[in-house]
Design a protein around this ligand. Structure first.
Ligand code: DAT
Ligand code: MG
Length: 138
């Protein structure tokens, strides 16, 4: 069974820069299917859960402030091996070195801030996808 669901966020930088459509277009062009879609302001408690693995790291508080700075788009995306496939579309965490052709590599850059603003989030495993879909669509 390879059909999976993943949780994608277009982060506040992506929404503010008007890149939501481009991100969703890349997901659809790849052949994945949108099964849920919401524009919302995150709550602090949701983000503390979503980013629990990063609690205590120097970029944790800047990350939460960034994610609270404006509306974001949450989506559930479906397809065979979509968890790995969306991470591949997104590119590496650091937008400066993310490969050209990826969302972060083509559309992102470093802004010299305490947290990387890299446009998108994608779940990194079936366990985190299930947990994150619950956080944003539960
Ligand atoms: P990813 O979003 O690629 O899964 P992650 O889960 O390691 O990356 O980190 C979550 C977010 O936190 C990431 O998208 C950007 C930010 N971040 C990660 N490591 C960072 C660092 N060393 N300095 C600044 N921001 C960082
Ligand atoms: Mg991550």
């Amino acid at each position: 069974m390879t059909t999976e669901r993943t949780l994608v966020l277009v982060k506040p930088d992506g929404v503010a820069r008007g890149l939501t459509g481009q991100v969703l277009a890349r997901i659809e062009a790849k052949g994945y299917r949108l099964v849920e879609l919401r524009l919302l302001h995150a709550e602090r408690a949701q983000l503390e859960q979503h980013y629990a693995e990063h609690q205590g790291k120097p970029f944790f508080e800047p990350l939460l402030e960034f994610m609270l700075s404006g509306p974001l788009v949450a989506a559930v995306v479906e397809g065979d091996r979509v968890i790995e496939g969306f991470r591949s579309l997104a590119g590496a965490t650091e937008p400066t070195t993310a490969a050209p052709g990826t969302i972060r590599g083509d559309l992102g850059r470093d802004w010299g801030l305490a947290v990387q603003q890299n446009l998108v989030h994608g779940s990194d495993s079936p366990e985190s996808a299930e947990c994150e879909i619950g956080i944003w669509f539960g």
